[in-house]
Structures are given as C-alpha cells and as structure tokens.
Design a protein around this ligand. Structure first.
Ligand SMILES: *Cc1c(COP(=O)(O)O)cnc(C)c1O
Ligand SMILES: [Zn+2]
Length: 431
C-alpha cells in the first residue's frame, strides 16, 4: 500500500493511473518523463510530526510511506540516515550564518545513488524481475550492483570508457555483469537501452524510471528532519542528469505539501565548467542542449542530461539558480573539505561546495543564510583526481631524516620548521 495518486507526464501533462509497467509517457516516448503524484491529504493522516517522533528505523526506509514502493524487504543494505554535520571551520571561512554538510559518501556503496538503487531493486522484486540493468558513469552502477547483490538480484551494467578504477572495482567485487563500452556516456546509454528492450531486464536508468527520484528525495527529507523541520535558505547540489536536483526539490515539495515545513529552500544546481548544459539552458532560457563531457568530475559529466525538464524545474520553482565551477575550483573544494571538516569527497561530491565558495565570493548569495551542501560521493572512489597532490608529499630516507633532525636540533627548530626543511631543502629521495 502506498499513497501514489497518479503519474503525470512532464512534457504533455497527461495523467495516468499508477502502473508498474509504465516508465515514460506513451505519447511523448523517452522524453516523456513521468512525475509521481501523491494523495497528500491521505498521507498526512499517517505522516506527521508524531510519525517521525516514534519511528526507530534510522535508514531511508523510515520514509517508506512517502515513496512509491509497496514492500519493505528485510534483507537490504542500510541506506541513508547519513550524518548532517554542522560546519564550524568552512562556515567561518565563508562568513555564513549556518552551514550544514550532508555526507552521502558514508552510504553502503559510498554515494547518494544508493537511495535510488535500493528503490529500483525493491521495485524490480515487486514486479518479479530477476535481472536489473543500467548504464552509468559509475555510482549508479556500483550502487545497483551492491544493493542487487544483497537482495539476490542479478545485475547487468554498462559503463563508459572513462569509469574510474575505484568504481569498476566495486562492480567486480559485487559480482555484476559489467560491459564497458568503448565510448562516452551517451554511447553507453544507447547500448543499454537496446539490451534492456531485447532481454526485458528491469530498467534502472536514471530519469527513465520515475521511482528513482522518489528514492533519492529521501536525502532532502533527512536534511529537513535532521534540522527538526526548521527553515533553510539554500541547498547546493551537483548536477549531471538532473535527477538528484529534481529529487531534492521533490523531497521539499512533499514536506511542504504535508505542512511539515514552512517553505522550500532555494536550490542551487552546480555543474562543471567543461560540461554545463543545464547552466547554458538556464542562462539562455532555452531547452537543455548537448555538451562536451570535459571535466574530472566524472559523475556529473553528462553531455545529454536525461532529466532536463525536472532538472530545470527544481531550480526555477525553488527560486534558485544554476552555476558552474572549474576543475581547479573542484579540487580546491576537495582539499578544503578534507582539511577543515575531515570529509573526503570525489570531484562531483565536492562540486557543490565549490559552487558555494564561488557563490559567496561573488555575492550571489547573502552571507546571512542557512545553507546545506550535499556531498554526494566518497573520494576513495576516484583517488586519481587528486594524484597531483599526492606527488607533493615529502619523501626522505629514515637515515636522512634522523640526520637532518639532529643537525636541526643545533638550531633549536620545532617540528614544523623541520617539516618545512624537508619539503624545501635538497632532499635525498628514497627508492
Ligand atoms: C549521480 C551523481 C551526481 C548527480 O546526479 P544526477 O542525477 O546525475 O544529476 C552528483 N554526484 C555524484 C557523486 C553522483 O554520483
Ligand atoms: Zn506526454
């Protein structure tokens, strides 16, 4: 039992009876992404402040009545209820009133995508599929493989050529059937579509499957609940296909419709300079077009976004804006997050923070604001992106170190001076 009222096409507005078979609007085909609408009046009788007070399920499944799933399998990974840290250091560097960091990297497969993949797996089981398939730049795939493994489903996964080794390793370990396409994400998506149609696998492709947004929106539900449903001014989200940003809006829309929050925060979509079709569409007031995929932030390098309508709507309806950041700004944000907050993010995970830094410095947002930033994925998935920083680590043999230390003792230096000397002096490299 769930509270789904109907499905609505985001292009032509046609309303459909809820149906498990229906993925996109039959009239508009693949572009006709569906929105799942709920009966909020009925939902409110069950989902209210009392409901949350007495709920002891500290995972995303505590939001089951707000989703489009019917069942709650017991044998699942613990997805969600990730920490929302209150930032002290970055907050004061930026001069903000409040800053919260939602660390999605601690999910079971280390990204926010687990929220969508768990829902996809539950839906696949509800509909009696034994194999589930997707194409992904990495995280959708690794999360699908992990969640499917736990539930005993087979997974078939299409990845583009540039998928980082960390994410590929996850697929192999989780036992997925991996097919690496010798091309970019666009080619990969096309190939997966053909295979899904031919072999009748369950389709976990983001956007196409309307239930995924319903899973991902739990990140917004959590942020709101962790802030005791108090007001928030901005949420910064990194954007590739546009599903995550759409989900964040949907989560807040649900809570607003249930009268659990007073207002929906402004949502800021952050893209990489080398791949910013949403930013271009937002600025030029055009439809979302095609772009190159030239950025280290592989998880948001999506040249043809699959959820253009919902992705734009989330920003306009919440009165937010789209912006882009360079790869250098992303790397700086990774370092800032690591050094000041102890969180290691992958490039796409830190892109939202890079956006916040830029937005504050260029006065796009008021410093007197309460801001949340979603850190969407863990840095261990893609250590290559910070390889150049690792090369800067000081290297010295133990003998040289001890000699240097004894020599420096004469000058009464402290440890910091010593480290500085090792870094800058003629250091003998060890093998
Ligand atoms: C998928 C992903 C995003 C962006 O989500 P979209 O739905 O593609 O916009 C951002 N960060 C990480 C780490 C991701 O895996
Ligand atoms: Zn339609």
């Amino acid at each position: 039992m769930n509270y789904v009222k109907n499905y609505e096409c985001t292009i032509c507005g046609e309303i459909y009876e809820p149906s498990n078979e229906l993925m996109t609007c039959p009239k508009c085909h693949e572009k006709g992404i569906l929105e799942i609408n709920y009966d909020y009046e009925a939902m409110r009788l069950n989902v209210n402040f009392e409901y949350f007070k007495h709920n002891t399920d500290y995972s995303m499944m505590r939001y089951k009545p707000l989703m489009s799933i019917n069942s709650h399998p017991l044998n699942i990974l613990k997805v969600g209820w990730t920490p929302l840290y209150e930032s002290k250091h970055i907050k004061s560097i930026l001069g903000l009133t409040k800053l919260y960091l939602k660390d999605e990297g601690v999910n079971p497969t280390a990204s926010l995508k687990d929220r969508a993949s768990l829902v996809a797996c539950i839906k696949a089981i509800e509909e009696n599929y034994d194999t589930i398939c997707c194409s992904s730049t990495g995280n959708a795939a690794s999360s699908l493989a992990g969640n499917a493994a736990k539930l005993g489903l087979k997974s078939v996964i299409f990845v583009p050529k540039r998928a980082p080794i960390g994410k590929l390793s996850q697929l192999v370990v989780y036992g997925a059937n991996v097919i690496q396409i010798d091309g970019d994400y666009k080619d990969t998506f096309k190939a997966s579509k053909e295979v899904i149609n031919k072999y009748k696998f369950y389709n976990r492709n983001a956007a196409i499957n309307p239930h995924l947004v319903e899973g991902k929106k739990t990140v917004a539900l959590e942020i709101a609940e962790q802030l005791k449903f108090g007001d928030l001014d901005y949420v910064f989200v990194s954007v590739g296909d546009g599903c995550t940003v759409a989900s964040v809006y949907k989560g807040y829309f649900d809570l607003f419709s249930l009268k659990l929050i007073n207002r929906i925060p402004k949502i800021i979509g952050v893209q990489a300079e080398g791949c910013k079709p949403f930013v271009d569409a937002f600025i030029n007031r055009t439809e979302v077009g095609e772009s190159a995929e030239d950025t280290i932030a592989d998880s948001i390098a999506v040249g043809i976004p699959r959820n253009p309508v919902k992705g734009l709507r989330a920003i306009t309806k919440s009165n937010g804006f789209y912006m882009s950041v360079t790869d250098e700004e992303i790397i700086s944000a990774i370092e800032l997050l690591g050094k000041k907050e102890g969180i290691f993010a992958e490039p796409a995970g830190a892109a939202a923070l890079a956006g916040l830094v830029k937005a504050v410095n260029s006065e796009l947002i008021d410093k007197q604001s309460k801001v949340a930033v979603i850190i969407t994925g863990n840095g261990l998935k893609d250590v290559k992106s910070i390889e150049s920083k690792v090369e800067e680590v000081s290297k010295i043999s133990s003998i040289d170190l001890i000699n240097k230390m004894n020599e420096d003792l004469k000058y009464n230096t402290n440890a910091n001076d010593l480290f500085e000397m090792i870094k800058t002096n003629e250091v003998k490299e060890y093998e």
